[in-house]
Design a protein around this ligand. Structure first.
Ligand code: ADP
Ligand SMILES: CCCC(=O)OP(=O)(O)O
Length: 356
């Protein structure tokens, strides 16, 4: 008997939905969201009905009957640090996703949407898989320069692991046997040091750590941020938004869409050109840093995420990092497939982890 599994992936700049019948993709849809469209929502949780309507509209257009689904797997979520794997929705997971106990990001809506959409279908199951809070960091990587501020593992765990496995399969090896630096270049940018199947260090892609991205500030000069916080010109939510959803390209250029930035460069916009160069420069620096975590013994550098579609970014990055290791480009993401396959494994009887 075939299983029908729906993947839901709310990103910071998009909502992606895909349906699989066992391993076969039936459809995949992506709706982009501009910064203006998302600006009215004060908190991420306020986007719940907006995103739910998008998913329902796609399902109606694709003539999908919710009662025919066996599982929905949502991307998750800003919950407690946990090990990689698949977690079935339960009341505590619902609570922690809705509250955003480690902060706010659209991916927290994935599990909540999955759960809400199976409400009228008692035979279906709702899961999250390899959420952004997967934490395998080695002890030395956890220390920052002050004990009050330990470094946290918040990254594109689902896609980085999926691309690592895809690459290993392509070269006829096991992911667990490789050392890789994987850079996800999307709404957020995270660069992970993968040592034999574990992500032993990675920049926190949400809270202001590492390279800036489409809509995140990355690392900022800490003292300048502290002074701004105490200037009384900004509230805490305003400063947090500067860091985790309205920084990066968006702060510099008013758009989080790299395609638009590249069009502006073509029309001679010198500032857009400088910001584009700085984006690449900072990503290259982080890739260099993660290569040292692996003692320079890097089997390959893998570039993925929406920004990896840009030939301009790839060419410019290559000139800075190709001396480290062979570079492979996997544009976009393999998240929809990874979500569905994780769900399918559960339906076929694999044990599911319990969030507690
Ligand atoms: N073909 C493309 N060329 C250049 N940039 C692209 C392309 N497709 C997407 N992008 C950029 O990738 C970023 C979004 O990446 P994505 O991984 O889809 O984000 P999300 O974090 O929302 O999942 C945006 O800046 C977008 O403009
Ligand atoms: C840091 C993990 C989540 C993230 O940044 O996702 P988006 O790129 O979709 O915003």
């Amino acid at each position: 008997m075939a299983f029908f599994v729906l993947s839901i992936n709310p990103g910071s700049t998009s909502t992606k939905v895909a349906l699989y019948e066992d391993e076969k993709l039936l459809f995949s849809r992506n709706v982009d969201h501009s910064a203006e469209e998302l600006r009215p929502f004060k908190r991420i949780i306020d986007q719940f009905y907006f995103r739910k309507l998008i998913v329902l509209r796609i399902l109606a257009e694709e003539k999908v009957d919710l009662n025919k689904l066996d599982a929905i797997v949502g991307r998750g979520g800003m919950v407690k640090p946990i090990e990689a794997g698949v977690y079935e929705m339960n009341p505590l997971l619902h609570h922690d996703l809705a509250k955003g106990i480690q902060g706010e990001h659209a991916c927290s809506l994935g599990g909540l949407l999955a759960e809400a959409l199976i409400e009228s279908n008692p035979h279906a199951r709702a899961f999250i898989a390899d959420p952004v809070v997967v934490d395998e960091m080695q002890p030395v990587a956890r220390l920052s320069g002050h004990p009050l501020f330990p470094r946290k593992s918040l990254f594109h765990a689902l896609n980085q692991r999926a691309i690592g496995r895809l690459h290993a399969q392509k070269i006829g090896k096991k992911y667990e046997d490789l050392t890789l630096v994987i850079a996800h270049l999307g709404g957020g940018v995270t660069v992970g040091a993968h040592r034999h199947g574990k992500v032993v260090d990675v920049n926190n892609g949400i809270d202001g750590d590492g390279p800036f991205s489409a809509n995140r500030s990355g690392t900022l000069p800490a003292a300048a941020v502290a002074r701004l916080c105490f200037s009384e010109d900004y509230t805490l939510p305003e400063v947090l938004k500067m860091i985790s959803s309205q920084g990066g390209l968006l702060a510099h250029l008013g758009t989080s869409d790299l395609r638009e930035v590249e069009q502006r460069i073509e029309t001679g916009d010198e500032y857009a050109k400088l910001v584009h160069e700085a984006l690449v420069y900072n990503i290259a620096k982080e890739i260099g840093a993660m290569s040292t975590v692996l003692y320079g013994k890097v089997d390959a550098i893998l570039l993925t995420g929406g920004i990896a579609h840009s030939q301009q970014v790839i060419d410019s990055l290559m000139s800075k990092i190709s001396f480290i290791a062979p570079v492979y480009v996997y544009p976009g993401e393999d998240e929809m497939w990874a979500l569905a396959m994780n769900g399918l494994e559960m339906l076929r009887g694999a044990p599911c982890k319990v969030y507690e």
